[in-house]
Structure formats: structure tokens, C-alpha cells
Design a binder for this molecule. Structure first.
Ligand code: GLU
Length: 476
């Protein structure tokens, strides 16, 4: 199928145009296709909060794209440029993401128009609690209906305020902890959730490198990430964990890190931990870091030669204006919507391979699913079986040693550890990411109507969503 040459369109249109391309490869009745494509409902709310003695009005949204499975799932974004259109596009992506990785949720997303940097901690708490209350009142938060999570501008702190607000208003809901994910562990969160999106990105890249045809498609060689030159755009939660794991566990060479106030470059490889610490101690700025070359115009660094470019911050950073100049061989979309529809056509023409957001950043919602299950089952993963497994493994070591063989000490230590929560979370995440890439790989290489991974990922997801709707029928 030929890629249409396109003019730059909005994020929402970008998502829908890709969806149309995916729909065209499937045999779904027109009416159903239209229904699946569109957002089911969106709630807009304005609410007042008294800030420093004056009443301020805030505006927020929670959109539900698809409720073919319940609850619906997706983060809440706090940003000074968020809009209903963006929230709807992100909710749409959530539906595809969940379906693709077999996380049994529909797709949703929330947004609050605010610049959190302009408010004190206490003010943020009152604003967040009031927004949560508005959503709870309309059943846009609840363990069985709609389960938010962190996104840009929100994190564990906001999720703690949301669950506490929910518990106050729904005190007889025994599953109140499951009304939101990404909570602190002390409030029902799960170990491994904070790093989950970044770790998922790395699991996805590892799986890509296990497939020689795909590596060749991206004009690369080798079967691992080791030594690959990587550029990371955005050192927030997702970018930091992606970069840190790539460096620590995979020996990737992080040659550039791009931030809002400049980029740091070192062709021999940057020290991710050191830069992140510097940024945290320096009010979020990388400017002034002395152990790497600093370039003020960070966007220009996107065009630097590298193997893998990982946009991990915001939408549309790779667009019509810079797509032709991108020199990366592979783009891994850790953020949602970083490559516009028009840019994708240009990149495809150049032979640049894109691993799409709907797959690559699905690690966050995958581990959110584990957290939701943990909350519904009211028990930490590993609590029942960890010591039992350790005992069994001890017996195994004893049995082997009774035969006269000696088990090496490092193996004894590894075998002596039963799986705890974080080990199980990482195992579940890795399995999920491997399986989903294998599905994309299979769909891409076996279907000549599909010419990139994004369309393959969407086609797989849409097919599953359609099956759900078709099986349940239309009510009444
Ligand atoms: N905000 C994240 C995303 O875009 C996580 C969503 C979730 O965990 O529900 O995928």
C-alpha cells in the first residue's frame, strides 16, 4: 500500500488517519468501523478553587474512547497546553494500546489545563482533589468503571490524593484502592510501576533486536542493543528510566540527551545517572552540566546521526519541518504521538523504521493492570509463594549436591531467591512486550497491505476491539 503524502494535521487527526489506514486492511462493516474510530464520550468540567484568597476557575476533561472492556484506563495529564482534542486523541491511543498488549481495559484519558509550576504543593493538592471529586461525582473514576493513572505533569503524589479523595467519598467500596493506579507503594501501589514505561520501552527494543529481518529493515546489524548509539529526547520519568536501563543493563551508548533548556552530547557516552541527579538538584535544568558538550537549541540535536532515536516527552517533535533531516535508523516512540502523520510518510520514504507509541510505551498501562489486580485481590504478588519457592529451590540444590556435584555459589544465591513483587512485575512486563512485538512482526511480514509497524499494531488492536463489540452485540 502506498503511503499518502500528507499535510501536517493535528495529533487527533494523525491518530485517526493511521486508524483509517489500519481499518482499510481489515474487513469490518462500515458502521462498526466508524463507531470504533470515534470517541464514545467526553466530560468537560469547570470548577473553582480558592488560591491565595482569590477564586480561580480550572477546566479539565476525561474522555472515554472505547468501552468494549471495562474499566476504561488511561492517565491524567496536567499541562498548560492540554485540550479536549488532545485528550480525545490520547484516549483513542489508550484503547489501541490496551488491546494490543492484551490488557483488558477500554481506553480513556484525562487532562487538566494547568501549569503545575505556578502553584504551591498545598494548592496543587486542593486543585487535584477537587478535580478528582468532580470526576468521581460523574462516575469518571472508579475501580469498575474508569481507572486513571499518571501521565505528563502527574505522578505518585497526585494519584495518592485521588485515591484518598475517592476513599472519602466511596467509603463502602471495598475496592477503593483500585480506583487509580501509579500510587505510592505505601498507598496500594505496586513495585516497578514508576520505571514501567521506560522498562517496557527497553523490553520492546530488546525484542526488536531478537528479530534479524526487522534489524535489517532498519539498516542495522547485530542482535542486541549493546554499543548502539542512542539519543533520548526528554529526561522525565519515561526518558530517564529508558536511558538508565539501556545504559546499565544493555550497554547502549547514550550519546545525547535533549531537554527543554538544551541538549547534552558526548559521543563516547553520557553518564545518565549523573545527569539526572544534576537535573533534579538544579530545578529541572541541564544547563551548566560541565561533563558534556551543551547545545542550547536542543531540537537541532534530534537530527544528529545515531542508531536509535527515542522521543520520550511530547507530541509532534518529529514533524514535517525536521523529518527529512532525521539521521536515526530506528525511532522508538516512548512518548505518545511524537512523530506526526506527515513526518512518518517522509521517514518511511527514507527507510527509517518507527516502533510506534501504541506498542512501545504500553509498559506503563501493563504494570497498571498488575497494580489494579493487586488492589482487587488485596494481596501483594509473591506474598504466598516466595518462601515456598525458596524452600523448593533449596531442596533442589541439596539434591544436586547429594549426587556429588557442587552448585556454583553465584547460582546458589540466585536459586535461593523466590520471586518477589518487583521480579514478578518485570517478568509479566517482559512477557507482555515480547508477545506484542511478535504479533506486530507476524502481522507486518505476513500482510502485504500493511507497510509499517504502526498500521500493523493498530490493525491488531482494532480487530480485537471489533471482536469484543461484535461478540457482545449492540444493546438493547
Ligand atoms: N499515562 C500512561 C499512558 O499513556 C499510563 C496509563 C495507565 O497506566 O493507565 O500509557
Amino acid at each position: 500500500m502506498s503511503v499518502p503524502t500528507a499535510k501536517e494535521v493535528s495529533f487527533r487527526e494523525s491518530v485517526n488517519l493511521s486508524c483509517d489506514l489500519a481499518m482499510a486492511t481489515l474487513d469490518i462493516p462500515e458502521g462498526m468501523a466508524k463507531y470504533i474510530r470515534n470517541v464514545n464520550n467526553v466530560y468537560q468540567v469547570r470548577f473553582p478553587v480558592k488560591i491565595k484568597g482569590k477564586v480561580e476557575t480550572f477546566i479539565g476533561w476525561r474522555a472515554v474512547h472505547s468501552d468494549h472492556k471495562l474499566p476504561v484506563k488511561g492517565g491524567i495529564r496536567f499541562a498548560s497546553n492540554v485540550s479536549q482534542d488532545e485528550v480525545e486523541a490520547l484516549a483513542t491511543l489508550m484503547s489501541y494500546k490496551c488491546a494490543l498488549v492484551d490488557v483488558p481495559f477500554g481506553g480513556s484519558k484525562g487532562g487538566l489545563l494547568i501549569d503545575p509550576r505556578n502553584y504551591e504543593r498545598d494548592e496543587m493538592e486542593r486543585i487535584t482533589r477537587r478535580f478528582a471529586f468532580e470526576l468521581i461525582q460523574k462516575d469518571y473514576i472508579g475501580s469498575a468503571t474508569n481507572v486513571p493513572a499518571p501521565d505528563m505533569g502527574t505522578g505518585q503524589r497526585e494519584m495518592a490524593w485521588i485515591v484518598s479523595t475517592y476513599a472519602a467519598h466511596r467509603s463502602n467500596d471495598i475496592n477503593h484502592m483500585a480506583c487509580v493506579t501509579g500510587k505510592p507503594v505505601s498507598m496500594g501501589g505496586i513495585r516497578g510501576r514508576v520505571e514501567a514505561t521506560g522498562r517496557g520501552v527497553v523490553c520492546g527494543l530488546r525484542e526488536f533486536f531478537r528479530h534479524p529481518e526487522d534489524v535489517k529493515l532498519a539498516n542495522m546489524e547485530g542482535n542486541s542493543i549493546k554499543g548502539k548509539k542512542v539519543i533520548i529526547q526528554g529526561l522525565g520519568n519515561v526518558g530517564y528510566h529508558t536511558a538508565s536501563i539501556l545504559q546499565r543493563e544493555d550497554d547502549a551508548k547514550i550519546i545525547a540527551i535533549l531537554e527543554w533548556d538544551g541538549a547534552l552530547i558526548d559521543h563516547k557516552g553520557l553518564d545518565v545517572e549523573d545527569i539526572y541527579k544534576y537535573k533534579c538538584d538544579n530545578k529541572g535544568s541541564v544547563k551548566g552540566y560541565s561533563k558534556a558538550k551543551y547545545i542550547k537549541d536542543s531540537n537541532s540535536v534530534l537530527e544528529m546521526e545515531c542508531d536509535i532515536l527515542i522521543p520520550a516527552a511530547m507530541e509532534a517533535v518529529i514533524n514535517q519541518s525536521n523529518a527529512a533531516k532525521i539521521q536515526a535508523k530506528l525511532i522508538g516512540e516512548a512518548a505518545n504521538g511524537p512523530v506526526t502523520f506527515a513526518a512518518e510518510a517522509i521517514l518511511q520514504e527514507k527507510g527509517v523504521v518507527i516502533i510506534p507509541d501504541s506498542y512501545l510505551n504500553a509498559g506503563g498501562v501493563t504494570v497498571s493492570y498488575f497494580e489494579w489486580i493487586k488492589n482487587l485481590s488485596h494481596i501483594r504478588f509473591g506474598r504466598m509463594n516466595k518462601r515456598w519457592e525458596e524452600g523448593q529451590n533449596q531442596l533442589l540444590i541439596q539434591a544436586i549436591e547429594k549426587t556429588g556435584s557442587k552448585v556454583p555459589q553465584d547460582l546458589v544465591e540466585k536459586l535461593s531467591q523466590g520471586a518477589d513483587e518487583v521480579a514478578l512485575v518485570r517478568s509479566g512486563l517482559d512477557d507482555t512486550m515480547r508477545k506484542a512485538f511478535q504479533d506486530i512482526h507476524e502481522c507486518y511480514w505476513s500482510n502485504e497491505k500493511i507497510n509499517n509497524y504502526r498500521i500493523a499494531a493498530m490493525a491488531i488492536a482494532i480487530k480485537k476491539i471489533h471482536t469484543s463489540y461484535a461478540t457482545m452485540g449492540i444493546y438493547p
